[in-house]
Write a protein that binds this ligand. Structure first.
Ligand code: MN
Length: 241
């Protein structure tokens, strides 16, 4: 039995090959697992749980079926899908977890983050983040009609495709000091996160003890996951057809 971690699939109707690769992952690797942790930016955009588009419905059905097979599913928000709520989580058979979650991973205290809070050098993004994570802002957005929210999401997506400044948040790397601070505060020797699209394993030292930061990759040319078991923790990738 293993525990799996994925992030940054950026599921979107314009990238059906990624959705297909994800469903294949669910039907193969994930059915063998005890738990699946989704660490944010699972969807490329989220306009509200009342979105009646086909993709979120299909994904919910697939996740729900996996959960029915006895696999626990946990979801942590990313900077793209932070509006995903309890309603959708329930429909997908998954539990929402906090933006900073500590688990005991086969005896190793492990901090789980999407990763955007580690990128403190990007002041503009951190300011944007405080705004969009406020309940008032979210309420104001979610109270708009679905069509208006859909148009807004498209506008933001087009903008992020055409503007490097919008891309910067995705490619900016973590601030090393912030990594140490958050790991020390959480009292962990392992950190798992995504967001930066720079998959790697980094050895570091927390309060003099050896520690590790494992970064998940985004699903683009390859799928990525971390597979943890009682005696192993691997960062795995495979090509997407
Ligand atoms: Mn992200």
């Amino acid at each position: 039995m293993s525990i799996l971690f994925i992030s940054d699939l950026h599921l979107h109707q314009s990238r059906p090959q990624i959705t297909r690769a994800f469903f294949h992952f669910l039907h193969t690797q994930a059915t063998q697992a005890k738990a699946l942790y989704i660490l944010g930016d699972f969807f490329d955009a989220w306009i509200g749980d009342d979105d009646d588009a086909e993709l979120p419905q299909q994904v919910a059905d697939e996740l729900f079926a996996l959960n029915q097979q006895g696999v626990a599913i946990y979801f942590q928000h990313g900077n793209r899908d932070f509006l995903l709520g309890e309603g959708y989580a329930t429909k997908a058979g998954m539990a929402l977890i906090s933006e900073s979650t500590i688990i005991d991973l086969y005896g190793t205290p492990t901090l789980l983050l999407h990763g955007d809070t580690l990128c403190t050098a990007d002041k503009d993004y951190q300011q944007f983040r405080s705004m969009v994570r406020s309940p008032q802002w979210q309420q104001q957005i979610l109270s708009q009609p679905l069509a208006a929210r859909r148009a807004l999401a498209k506008q933001l997506r087009d903008k992020s495709q055409s503007m490097n400044s919008m891309k910067a948040e995705d490619i900016m790397d973590v601030t090393p000091d912030e990594v140490v601070t958050q790991m020390a505060q959480a009292n962990v020797t392992r950190l798992i996160h995504g967001h930066t699209h720079r998959p790697a394993r980094h050895a570091l030292s927390i309060n003099g003890a050896p520690a590790e930061r494992i970064v998940l990759g985004d699903w683009h040319s390859h799928g990525w996951c971390i597979k943890a078991s009682i005696d192993n923790c691997e960062l795995i990738s495979w090509p997407i057809e």
